[in-house]
Design a protein around this ligand. Structure first.
Ligand code: FE2
Length: 421
Protein backbone atom coordinates (compact mmCIF):
# COMPACT_ATOMS: atom_id res chain seq x y z
CA UNK A 1 0.00 0.00 0.00
CA UNK A 2 2.59 2.54 1.07
CA UNK A 3 4.64 1.76 -2.06
CA UNK A 4 1.95 3.69 -3.95
CA UNK A 5 3.06 6.79 -2.07
CA UNK A 6 6.66 6.41 -3.20
CA UNK A 7 6.52 8.29 -6.52
CA UNK A 8 4.21 11.07 -5.25
CA UNK A 9 6.65 11.47 -2.34
CA UNK A 10 9.62 11.83 -4.70
CA UNK A 11 7.85 14.41 -6.84
CA UNK A 12 6.47 16.15 -3.74
CA UNK A 13 9.99 16.68 -2.38
CA UNK A 14 11.10 18.23 -5.66
CA UNK A 15 8.00 20.46 -5.71
CA UNK A 16 8.66 21.52 -2.11
CA UNK A 17 12.21 22.54 -3.08
CA UNK A 18 10.91 24.66 -5.98
CA UNK A 19 8.29 26.26 -3.70
CA UNK A 20 10.99 26.99 -1.13
CA UNK A 21 13.15 28.67 -3.75
CA UNK A 22 10.29 30.78 -5.14
CA UNK A 23 9.24 31.99 -1.68
CA UNK A 24 12.78 32.80 -0.53
CA UNK A 25 13.65 34.59 -3.81
CA UNK A 26 10.51 36.71 -3.49
CA UNK A 27 11.50 37.76 0.01
CA UNK A 28 15.27 38.19 -0.47
CA UNK A 29 15.78 39.20 -4.12
CA UNK A 30 18.25 37.82 -6.66
CA UNK A 31 21.60 39.45 -5.75
CA UNK A 32 24.50 37.07 -6.52
CA UNK A 33 28.29 37.05 -6.85
CA UNK A 34 28.41 35.19 -10.19
CA UNK A 35 32.11 34.46 -10.07
CA UNK A 36 31.90 32.65 -6.71
CA UNK A 37 28.68 30.91 -7.76
CA UNK A 38 30.28 29.54 -10.94
CA UNK A 39 33.35 28.25 -9.07
CA UNK A 40 31.16 26.59 -6.45
CA UNK A 41 29.09 24.86 -9.14
CA UNK A 42 32.23 23.70 -10.98
CA UNK A 43 33.62 22.19 -7.78
CA UNK A 44 30.24 20.70 -6.85
CA UNK A 45 30.03 18.85 -10.17
CA UNK A 46 33.29 17.15 -9.22
CA UNK A 47 32.17 16.60 -5.60
CA UNK A 48 29.97 13.77 -6.83
CA UNK A 49 33.09 11.73 -7.61
CA UNK A 50 34.66 12.42 -4.21
CA UNK A 51 32.15 10.66 -1.99
CA UNK A 52 33.36 8.53 0.94
CA UNK A 53 31.11 5.65 1.99
CA UNK A 54 30.15 5.50 5.66
CA UNK A 55 28.93 2.01 6.53
CA UNK A 56 26.27 0.60 4.24
CA UNK A 57 23.62 3.21 3.70
CA UNK A 58 25.28 6.53 4.17
CA UNK A 59 28.15 8.45 2.73
CA UNK A 60 30.18 11.54 3.39
CA UNK A 61 30.45 14.01 0.55
CA UNK A 62 31.84 17.49 0.31
CA UNK A 63 28.60 18.78 -1.15
CA UNK A 64 27.76 20.63 2.04
CA UNK A 65 31.21 22.19 2.61
CA UNK A 66 31.03 23.51 -0.97
CA UNK A 67 27.46 24.76 -0.55
CA UNK A 68 28.40 26.42 2.74
CA UNK A 69 30.03 29.55 1.18
CA UNK A 70 26.78 29.98 -0.79
CA UNK A 71 24.80 29.76 2.47
CA UNK A 72 27.06 32.39 4.07
CA UNK A 73 27.30 34.82 1.16
CA UNK A 74 24.08 34.30 -0.82
CA UNK A 75 21.42 33.19 1.72
CA UNK A 76 18.77 30.42 1.53
CA UNK A 77 17.41 31.00 -1.99
CA UNK A 78 20.66 30.84 -3.99
CA UNK A 79 22.17 28.23 -1.63
CA UNK A 80 19.18 26.01 -2.39
CA UNK A 81 19.49 26.57 -6.17
CA UNK A 82 23.23 25.91 -6.17
CA UNK A 83 22.81 22.73 -4.12
CA UNK A 84 20.03 21.61 -6.48
CA UNK A 85 21.89 22.05 -9.74
CA UNK A 86 25.54 21.91 -8.67
CA UNK A 87 26.31 18.31 -7.74
CA UNK A 88 24.63 16.66 -10.73
CA UNK A 89 26.35 13.79 -12.52
CA UNK A 90 25.97 12.14 -15.91
CA UNK A 91 25.27 8.76 -14.25
CA UNK A 92 22.31 10.28 -12.47
CA UNK A 93 20.68 11.27 -15.75
CA UNK A 94 20.13 7.57 -16.52
CA UNK A 95 17.75 7.22 -13.55
CA UNK A 96 13.97 7.59 -13.76
CA UNK A 97 12.88 11.22 -13.75
CA UNK A 98 11.05 11.13 -10.34
CA UNK A 99 14.26 9.87 -8.72
CA UNK A 100 16.33 12.57 -10.41
CA UNK A 101 13.79 15.17 -9.29
CA UNK A 102 13.91 13.81 -5.72
CA UNK A 103 17.72 13.72 -5.61
CA UNK A 104 17.89 17.33 -6.78
CA UNK A 105 14.98 18.51 -4.65
CA UNK A 106 16.21 16.85 -1.45
CA UNK A 107 19.60 18.57 -1.79
CA UNK A 108 17.90 21.89 -2.54
CA UNK A 109 15.62 21.56 0.47
CA UNK A 110 18.44 20.45 2.76
CA UNK A 111 20.64 23.39 1.72
CA UNK A 112 17.74 25.86 1.98
CA UNK A 113 16.70 24.72 5.47
CA UNK A 114 20.35 24.64 6.47
CA UNK A 115 20.72 28.30 5.37
CA UNK A 116 17.68 29.22 7.49
CA UNK A 117 19.23 27.37 10.47
CA UNK A 118 22.50 29.24 9.83
CA UNK A 119 20.73 32.61 9.93
CA UNK A 120 18.63 31.60 12.93
CA UNK A 121 21.76 30.59 14.89
CA UNK A 122 23.39 33.99 14.37
CA UNK A 123 24.90 33.82 10.88
CA UNK A 124 28.47 34.80 10.04
CA UNK A 125 28.97 36.71 13.30
CA UNK A 126 28.44 33.54 15.38
CA UNK A 127 30.06 30.82 13.29
CA UNK A 128 30.83 28.72 16.37
CA UNK A 129 27.16 27.89 16.67
CA UNK A 130 25.74 28.77 13.26
CA UNK A 131 28.08 26.42 11.35
CA UNK A 132 27.19 23.31 13.44
CA UNK A 133 23.50 24.30 13.25
CA UNK A 134 23.71 24.54 9.45
CA UNK A 135 25.56 21.20 9.11
CA UNK A 136 23.13 19.45 11.45
CA UNK A 137 20.06 20.82 9.63
CA UNK A 138 21.50 19.84 6.23
CA UNK A 139 22.40 16.28 7.29
CA UNK A 140 19.15 15.71 9.10
CA UNK A 141 16.94 16.89 6.22
CA UNK A 142 19.01 15.16 3.54
CA UNK A 143 19.27 11.79 5.31
CA UNK A 144 15.75 12.06 6.76
CA UNK A 145 14.22 12.52 3.30
CA UNK A 146 16.18 9.53 1.99
CA UNK A 147 15.15 7.43 4.98
CA UNK A 148 11.47 8.15 4.37
CA UNK A 149 11.85 7.37 0.64
CA UNK A 150 13.62 4.10 1.45
CA UNK A 151 10.83 3.16 3.89
CA UNK A 152 8.07 3.91 1.36
CA UNK A 153 9.74 1.81 -1.29
CA UNK A 154 10.50 -1.17 0.99
CA UNK A 155 8.24 -3.59 2.80
CA UNK A 156 10.13 -3.35 6.11
CA UNK A 157 7.89 -2.83 9.14
CA UNK A 158 9.68 0.34 10.24
CA UNK A 159 12.05 2.97 8.80
CA UNK A 160 15.76 2.16 8.80
CA UNK A 161 17.05 4.54 11.47
CA UNK A 162 20.65 3.74 10.57
CA UNK A 163 20.33 6.51 7.96
CA UNK A 164 20.12 9.02 10.79
CA UNK A 165 22.70 7.18 12.93
CA UNK A 166 25.21 7.38 10.10
CA UNK A 167 24.40 11.05 9.67
CA UNK A 168 25.92 11.74 13.06
CA UNK A 169 29.20 10.24 11.89
CA UNK A 170 29.46 12.73 9.04
CA UNK A 171 28.73 15.85 11.08
CA UNK A 172 32.20 16.48 12.54
CA UNK A 173 34.11 16.08 9.24
CA UNK A 174 31.47 18.23 7.55
CA UNK A 175 31.94 21.03 10.09
CA UNK A 176 35.74 20.83 9.80
CA UNK A 177 35.72 20.89 6.00
CA UNK A 178 33.12 23.66 5.81
CA UNK A 179 35.26 25.81 8.12
CA UNK A 180 38.32 25.01 5.97
CA UNK A 181 36.55 25.94 2.73
CA UNK A 182 35.15 29.16 4.17
CA UNK A 183 38.51 30.19 5.66
CA UNK A 184 40.31 29.34 2.40
CA UNK A 185 37.86 31.47 0.44
CA UNK A 186 38.01 34.36 2.94
CA UNK A 187 41.82 34.39 2.83
CA UNK A 188 42.67 33.49 -0.78
CA UNK A 189 39.43 34.01 -2.67
CA UNK A 190 38.45 31.35 -5.25
CA UNK A 191 42.05 30.13 -5.46
CA UNK A 192 41.74 29.24 -1.77
CA UNK A 193 38.59 27.25 -2.54
CA UNK A 194 40.33 25.32 -5.31
CA UNK A 195 43.37 24.70 -3.04
CA UNK A 196 41.14 23.41 -0.21
CA UNK A 197 39.32 21.16 -2.66
CA UNK A 198 42.63 19.78 -3.92
CA UNK A 199 43.80 19.08 -0.34
CA UNK A 200 40.55 17.22 0.29
CA UNK A 201 40.98 15.09 -2.84
CA UNK A 202 44.54 14.14 -1.83
CA UNK A 203 43.58 13.32 1.79
CA UNK A 204 40.60 11.31 0.60
CA UNK A 205 42.77 9.27 -1.77
CA UNK A 206 45.07 8.41 1.16
CA UNK A 207 42.09 7.44 3.33
CA UNK A 208 40.70 5.28 0.53
CA UNK A 209 44.00 3.45 0.18
CA UNK A 210 43.97 2.71 3.93
CA UNK A 211 40.39 1.49 3.64
CA UNK A 212 41.25 -0.80 0.73
CA UNK A 213 44.22 -2.17 2.62
CA UNK A 214 42.07 -2.97 5.63
CA UNK A 215 39.44 -4.66 3.45
CA UNK A 216 42.20 -6.68 1.85
CA UNK A 217 43.48 -7.90 5.23
CA UNK A 218 40.01 -8.85 6.36
CA UNK A 219 39.47 -10.77 3.10
CA UNK A 220 42.76 -12.56 3.74
CA UNK A 221 41.68 -13.56 7.25
CA UNK A 222 38.36 -14.82 5.88
CA UNK A 223 40.19 -17.01 3.39
CA UNK A 224 42.35 -18.29 6.22
CA UNK A 225 39.32 -19.06 8.37
CA UNK A 226 37.67 -20.95 5.54
CA UNK A 227 40.82 -22.99 5.06
CA UNK A 228 41.03 -23.59 8.83
CA UNK A 229 37.40 -24.67 8.92
CA UNK A 230 37.88 -27.05 6.04
CA UNK A 231 40.86 -28.57 7.81
CA UNK A 232 39.33 -28.74 11.25
CA UNK A 233 36.15 -26.94 12.44
CA UNK A 234 37.48 -26.75 16.02
CA UNK A 235 40.63 -24.98 14.82
CA UNK A 236 38.56 -22.08 13.49
CA UNK A 237 36.72 -21.69 16.79
CA UNK A 238 40.09 -21.79 18.54
CA UNK A 239 41.46 -18.98 16.32
CA UNK A 240 38.42 -16.86 17.06
CA UNK A 241 38.63 -17.47 20.80
CA UNK A 242 42.33 -16.71 20.93
CA UNK A 243 41.80 -13.45 19.01
CA UNK A 244 38.95 -12.53 21.33
CA UNK A 245 40.86 -13.15 24.57
CA UNK A 246 44.12 -11.69 23.25
CA UNK A 247 42.38 -8.44 22.48
CA UNK A 248 40.80 -8.28 25.90
CA UNK A 249 44.06 -9.06 27.66
CA UNK A 250 45.94 -6.52 25.51
CA UNK A 251 43.38 -3.85 26.43
CA UNK A 252 43.79 -4.66 30.11
CA UNK A 253 47.58 -4.26 29.72
CA UNK A 254 47.27 -0.83 28.11
CA UNK A 255 48.62 -2.19 24.84
CA UNK A 256 48.92 0.81 22.43
CA UNK A 257 45.43 1.50 21.25
CA UNK A 258 46.46 2.10 17.64
CA UNK A 259 47.96 -1.39 17.51
CA UNK A 260 45.04 -3.12 19.20
CA UNK A 261 43.12 -3.86 16.01
CA UNK A 262 46.30 -5.23 14.41
CA UNK A 263 46.81 -7.57 17.36
CA UNK A 264 43.16 -8.64 17.16
CA UNK A 265 43.49 -9.50 13.47
CA UNK A 266 47.01 -10.92 13.77
CA UNK A 267 45.94 -13.33 16.52
CA UNK A 268 43.91 -15.15 13.84
CA UNK A 269 47.17 -16.04 12.13
CA UNK A 270 48.91 -17.53 15.17
CA UNK A 271 48.36 -21.18 14.18
CA UNK A 272 48.34 -20.69 10.42
CA UNK A 273 51.36 -23.00 10.17
CA UNK A 274 49.11 -25.89 11.30
CA UNK A 275 47.50 -25.85 7.88
CA UNK A 276 50.70 -27.53 6.69
CA UNK A 277 50.76 -30.19 9.41
CA UNK A 278 49.46 -33.62 8.58
CA UNK A 279 45.95 -34.35 9.87
CA UNK A 280 47.13 -37.66 11.29
CA UNK A 281 49.35 -35.69 13.69
CA UNK A 282 46.96 -32.81 14.34
CA UNK A 283 44.07 -35.08 15.23
CA UNK A 284 46.01 -37.93 16.83
CA UNK A 285 44.49 -39.29 20.00
CA UNK A 286 47.24 -40.27 22.38
CA UNK A 287 50.87 -39.31 22.71
CA UNK A 288 52.85 -38.03 19.71
CA UNK A 289 56.05 -39.82 18.76
CA UNK A 290 59.26 -37.68 18.95
CA UNK A 291 59.14 -37.24 15.14
CA UNK A 292 55.49 -36.27 15.19
CA UNK A 293 56.14 -33.84 18.03
CA UNK A 294 58.97 -32.17 16.19
CA UNK A 295 56.74 -31.92 13.09
CA UNK A 296 54.05 -30.29 15.26
CA UNK A 297 56.65 -27.92 16.73
CA UNK A 298 57.49 -26.67 13.26
CA UNK A 299 54.14 -24.86 12.90
CA UNK A 300 55.29 -21.42 14.20
CA UNK A 301 58.20 -21.33 11.73
CA UNK A 302 56.02 -22.65 8.90
CA UNK A 303 53.45 -19.98 9.72
CA UNK A 304 56.03 -17.19 9.47
CA UNK A 305 57.31 -18.60 6.17
CA UNK A 306 53.76 -18.79 4.88
CA UNK A 307 53.10 -15.16 5.83
CA UNK A 308 56.33 -13.93 4.24
CA UNK A 309 54.66 -14.58 0.91
CA UNK A 310 51.81 -12.20 1.79
CA UNK A 311 52.34 -8.50 0.99
CA UNK A 312 51.22 -6.97 4.30
CA UNK A 313 52.19 -3.49 5.56
CA UNK A 314 55.45 -3.56 7.54
CA UNK A 315 54.01 -2.55 10.94
CA UNK A 316 51.24 -5.11 10.56
CA UNK A 317 53.58 -7.81 9.36
CA UNK A 318 55.90 -7.32 12.34
CA UNK A 319 53.09 -7.99 14.82
CA UNK A 320 51.74 -10.93 12.81
CA UNK A 321 55.19 -12.54 12.62
CA UNK A 322 55.87 -11.95 16.32
CA UNK A 323 52.65 -13.70 17.21
CA UNK A 324 52.86 -16.52 14.68
CA UNK A 325 56.53 -17.21 15.23
CA UNK A 326 56.79 -16.81 19.02
CA UNK A 327 53.49 -17.93 20.58
CA UNK A 328 55.09 -21.19 21.79
CA UNK A 329 58.10 -19.54 23.38
CA UNK A 330 58.05 -20.05 27.15
CA UNK A 331 58.77 -17.40 29.73
CA UNK A 332 61.59 -19.51 31.25
CA UNK A 333 63.31 -19.89 27.88
CA UNK A 334 62.47 -23.57 27.29
CA UNK A 335 59.92 -22.97 24.52
CA UNK A 336 60.24 -23.23 20.77
CA UNK A 337 61.34 -22.42 18.08
CA UNK A 338 63.99 -19.95 19.37
CA UNK A 339 64.14 -20.54 23.13
CA UNK A 340 63.54 -16.84 23.86
CA UNK A 341 63.24 -15.91 27.55
CA UNK A 342 61.12 -13.39 29.52
CA UNK A 343 60.70 -10.05 27.82
CA UNK A 344 62.84 -11.22 24.90
CA UNK A 345 59.56 -12.76 23.77
CA UNK A 346 57.55 -10.03 21.99
CA UNK A 347 54.68 -8.72 24.15
CA UNK A 348 52.09 -9.69 21.50
CA UNK A 349 53.32 -13.27 21.56
CA UNK A 350 53.22 -13.42 25.38
CA UNK A 351 49.63 -12.11 25.29
CA UNK A 352 48.53 -14.63 22.65
CA UNK A 353 50.32 -17.44 24.53
CA UNK A 354 48.11 -16.78 27.58
CA UNK A 355 44.91 -16.67 25.49
CA UNK A 356 46.02 -19.75 23.53
CA UNK A 357 46.78 -21.75 26.69
CA UNK A 358 43.47 -20.70 28.21
CA UNK A 359 41.39 -21.71 25.23
CA UNK A 360 43.27 -24.99 24.91
CA UNK A 361 42.31 -25.76 28.53
CA UNK A 362 38.68 -24.69 28.59
CA UNK A 363 37.89 -25.93 25.06
CA UNK A 364 37.29 -29.59 24.28
CA UNK A 365 40.10 -31.37 22.47
CA UNK A 366 40.03 -34.72 20.75
CA UNK A 367 42.52 -36.04 23.32
CA UNK A 368 40.89 -34.76 26.55
CA UNK A 369 37.81 -33.10 27.92
CA UNK A 370 37.51 -29.42 28.80
CA UNK A 371 38.63 -28.14 32.21
CA UNK A 372 36.32 -26.12 34.45
CA UNK A 373 37.13 -22.44 34.98
CA UNK A 374 38.58 -22.92 38.52
CA UNK A 375 40.70 -25.85 37.26
CA UNK A 376 41.96 -23.78 34.31
CA UNK A 377 42.73 -20.80 36.57
CA UNK A 378 44.67 -23.08 38.94
CA UNK A 379 46.60 -24.47 35.97
CA UNK A 380 47.40 -20.94 34.69
CA UNK A 381 48.76 -20.07 38.16
CA UNK A 382 50.83 -23.25 38.13
CA UNK A 383 52.53 -22.38 34.84
CA UNK A 384 52.98 -18.65 35.41
CA UNK A 385 56.63 -17.67 35.44
CA UNK A 386 57.66 -20.90 33.73
CA UNK A 387 55.47 -21.19 30.65
CA UNK A 388 53.65 -17.82 30.75
CA UNK A 389 54.41 -14.22 31.68
CA UNK A 390 53.34 -14.02 35.38
CA UNK A 391 52.04 -10.45 35.19
CA UNK A 392 49.92 -11.19 32.12
CA UNK A 393 48.55 -14.32 33.77
CA UNK A 394 47.33 -12.31 36.78
CA UNK A 395 45.68 -9.73 34.52
CA UNK A 396 44.06 -12.49 32.54
CA UNK A 397 42.76 -14.24 35.65
CA UNK A 398 41.12 -10.96 36.72
CA UNK A 399 39.30 -10.90 33.34
CA UNK A 400 38.08 -14.50 33.45
CA UNK A 401 37.12 -14.33 37.14
CA UNK A 402 35.07 -11.25 36.38
CA UNK A 403 33.47 -13.03 33.40
CA UNK A 404 32.78 -16.07 35.52
CA UNK A 405 31.10 -13.96 38.23
CA UNK A 406 28.88 -12.37 35.62
CA UNK A 407 28.21 -15.68 33.86
CA UNK A 408 29.90 -14.54 30.65
CA UNK A 409 30.57 -17.26 28.06
CA UNK A 410 34.02 -18.80 27.92
CA UNK A 411 34.51 -18.13 24.26
CA UNK A 412 34.04 -15.56 21.55
CA UNK A 413 30.58 -16.88 20.56
CA UNK A 414 31.26 -15.89 16.98
CA UNK A 415 31.16 -12.24 18.00
CA UNK A 416 33.83 -11.38 15.54
CA UNK A 417 32.71 -9.56 12.39
CA UNK A 418 35.18 -11.78 10.64
CA UNK A 419 33.08 -14.86 11.25
CA UNK A 420 32.10 -16.11 7.83
CA UNK A 421 30.78 -19.63 7.93
FE1 FE2 B 1 50.21 -22.92 18.08
Amino acid sequence: MRQKLFKPYLVGCAAAAVAFQVITFLSSGFALDFRLAIFLILLLVNAHYQVISVENKSSFSITFPLVFPAIVFFGPAWASVIATFGPISLDELELEWPIIAFNRGSLGLAAGVSALAFQWAGGEAFLVRSLPAAVFAYSLINHGLFMVGDFLRSDQPSPDWSFLGNTLKTIVPSIALSALFLAAYARYDVLGLIGAFFIYVVVRSGALLGHLESNYRIALIRVLLRAAYAKDPTLMAHLENVAYYSKRLAKACNYPIWRLHILDEAAYFHDIGKLEIDDAILKKIGKLTPDEYSEMKSHPTRGVEFLQEVPLPRSYKGIVENITGCHHERYDGTGYPHGLKGIEIPLEARIVAVADTWDAMVGKRCYRKAMSVPEAIAELRRVKGTQLDPELVERFIEIVENDNQHKQPLHALNQSPLHVL
